[in-house]
Design a protein around this ligand. Structure first.
Ligand SMILES: Cc1cc2nc3c(=O)[nH]c(=O)nc-3n(C[C@H](O)[C@H](O)[C@H](O)COP(=O)(O)OP(=O)(O)OC[C@H]3O[C@@H](n4cnc5c(N)ncnc54)[C@H](O)[C@@H]3O)c2cc1C
Length: 478
């Protein structure tokens, strides 16, 4: 079985995993009112891979090089520009088609691709073989994976070895004949409560006295000693929202506690090689920022669409200052798209593996994050205050007040009042809701904070060349 059905995926989550949300233990994540939204969001990935539409199938399903079997394209290790372009397109299209982020395999494969690059750079044949075998295992069983990179970190001003206690960063506490025992906590891990597998890589460079923290491995989500404590998320649509036919798509993040978890050696990809921890963190970041910019594209397209449609519903699409704002919305979205395409077109080759261009991927992520709040301000400005004060669908349905709403909340004559209210609700969700507060912070921090992107840009950009030109023009010997 190289491709699971959505039902097989749902069934695979009934595995005794230890998950908590809102202070309570969850017996079955597929039945929980909030977590089942994450389950159904990730299940869409399995809906897409069983599609009979040849265009969808071509994008989401690839042929396994070794077995010739159909596999999820996420499991195709990129070796060419075309592989990167298709991966990016698949991620963007998955959101456009399903309305959400069916991310059961993106961060996990970003980690695994980076593990493969680093095992090769180490020249460690055993790690290379273990990574290949692990890839075979997840391909064959079509497993949903999360990527656990970010540690709890404690005092940010201190490295792992100088913290108040040793567990702020995940580390090895025992090495045994058959495997290792690890302890620590990874934070904010997207889709963890609905993943089959957790793949772990270091969040930062480790020094010689931090070899126990230079650690990478993979473990089933239901392994003994693993506990997940989840962010609540918004859950299903409420009766206060206009029904739209589009189900809620969302993913819960979790803090994952590793309480003396045993990991067999065949699933360990780094254990003590502190000299390579930076390369692993860096290569993961290049893969993952590329995934990030790919999935941000359809989201900002939809947000810009809310601004444009609200301008029309308010009868202002031809007003001079609104046209200027629409141009700014388009420039923000199209710059992101152009940089994402460029990152795929110009990869760095590590052996056979194509790593998205780190300079361009980081520039794209920085462009997205640094300008996001201004982009949102434009949409809020165009749409008007109604996107945060609007009464609810239940008010609309109350005959005592329906007439007032219908009479006073209309806009352009090209739209009925109900159509305008539906657009207002969509704009509310995208740029004015509690959910959007989560999105704003996600923009700043998920896939690394802006300083992380600047560090990689400083490392990759030819700054010395720029300075040399200036010095030469100034008549200073370089
Ligand atoms: C919605 C969401 C989903 C996420 N999903 C995942 C996931 O699936 N997997 C995963 O591994 N991670 C995930 N993350 C984590 C994300 O990568 C981190 O949030 C990000 O790297 C920032 O780390 P932090 O949250 O610990 O913030 P902090 O590290 O506390 O950063 C706060 C500020 O402090 C600065 N700072 C931190 N350390 C230092 C220092 N030593 N010196 C100077 N300044 C410093 C930072 O630049 C930043 O400005 C997710 C985050 C969010 C919000």
């Amino acid at each position: 079985m190289a491709l699971k059905t959505p039902d097989q995926y749902r069934e695979s989550l009934r595995d005794g995993r230890r998950v908590y949300i809102l202070g309570e233990k969850v017996e079955d994540v597929t039945k929980h009112p909030i977590l089942r939204v994450s389950v159904e969001t990730v299940a869409q990935d399995f809906v897409l891979t069983e599609s009979k539409d040849p265009h969808i199938r071509d994008l989401f399903v690839a042929k396994d090089n070794e077995t010739g079997e159909p596999i999820s394209r996420f499991f195709k290790t990129p070796t060419t520009v075309e592989d990167l372009e298709k991966r990016s397109e698949m991620i963007a299209q998955s959101i456009r088609i399903t309305g959400g982020l069916p991310f059961g395999k993106d961060v996990g494969t970003d980690c695994l691709n980076a593990v493969m690059v680093v095992a090769d750079q180490m020249g460690n044949e055993e790690y290379k073989e273990r990574a290949r075998n692990y890839l075979r295992h997840i391909k064959k069983n079509d497993l949903a994976m999360c990527g656990a990179v970010t540690d709890a970190k404690g005092d940010r001003g201190k490295p792992p070895s100088r913290q108040k206690h040793p567990d702020y960063y995940l580390h090895v506490v025992d090495k045994q004949k058959d495997g290792i025992v690890v302890k620590g906590c990874k934070l904010h891990i997207t889709s963890a409560p609905v993943a089959n597998e957790i793949i772990v890589t270091p969040t930062r460079q480790m020094r010689e006295d931090e070899a126990d923290y230079a650690l990478s491995f993979a473990i089933p989500a239901n392994a003994k000693g693993i506990t997940m404590i989840c962010r609540p998320g918004r859950g299903e649509k409420t009766p206060y929202e206009f029904p739209s036919g589009a189900p809620v798509r969302a993913l819960s993040e979790a803090m994952i506690v590793f309480d003396n978890v045993f990991v067999p050696w065949e699933r360990v990809f780094m254990c003590g090689e502190w000299q390579f921890s930076m390369l692993l963190a860096y290569t993961f970041a290049s893969f993952h920022r590329f995934t990030a910019i790919s999935y941000k594209i359809p989201i900002v397209e939809l947000m810009a669409g809310c601004g444009i449609a609200m301008a029309e519903a308010n009868g202002l699409e031809k007003a001079g200052h609104i046209r200027g704002k629409l141009a700014e919305l388009a420039a923000y979205v199209e710059t992101l798209k152009a940089l994402t395409r460029a990152a795929a077109k110009d990869p760095i080759m590590y052996g056979e593996i194509a790593v998205p261009n780190p300079l361009i991927a980081n520039m794209a992520k920085l462009h997205f994050a640094r300008n996001y709040h201004s982009f949102i301000q434009l949409i809020q400005d165009i749409a008007g205050g109604i996107i945060t004060t609007v009464p609810t669908y239940k008010d609309w349905n109350n005959p005592d007040i329906h007439g007032y709403m219908d009479h006073y909340l209309g806009g352009s004559e090209k739209f009925t009042t109900e159509e305008r209210l539906r657009l207002i609700q969509q704009a509310h969700r995208m740029v004015a809701s509690a959910e959007h507060g989560h999105m704003e912070v996600t923009t700043v921090h998920a896939e690394g904070s802006m300083e992380a992107q600047k560090m990689m840009i400083l490392f990759e950009a030819p700054l010395a060349e720029y300075a040399k030109m200036a010095k030469r023009m100034a008549g200073i010997e370089a």
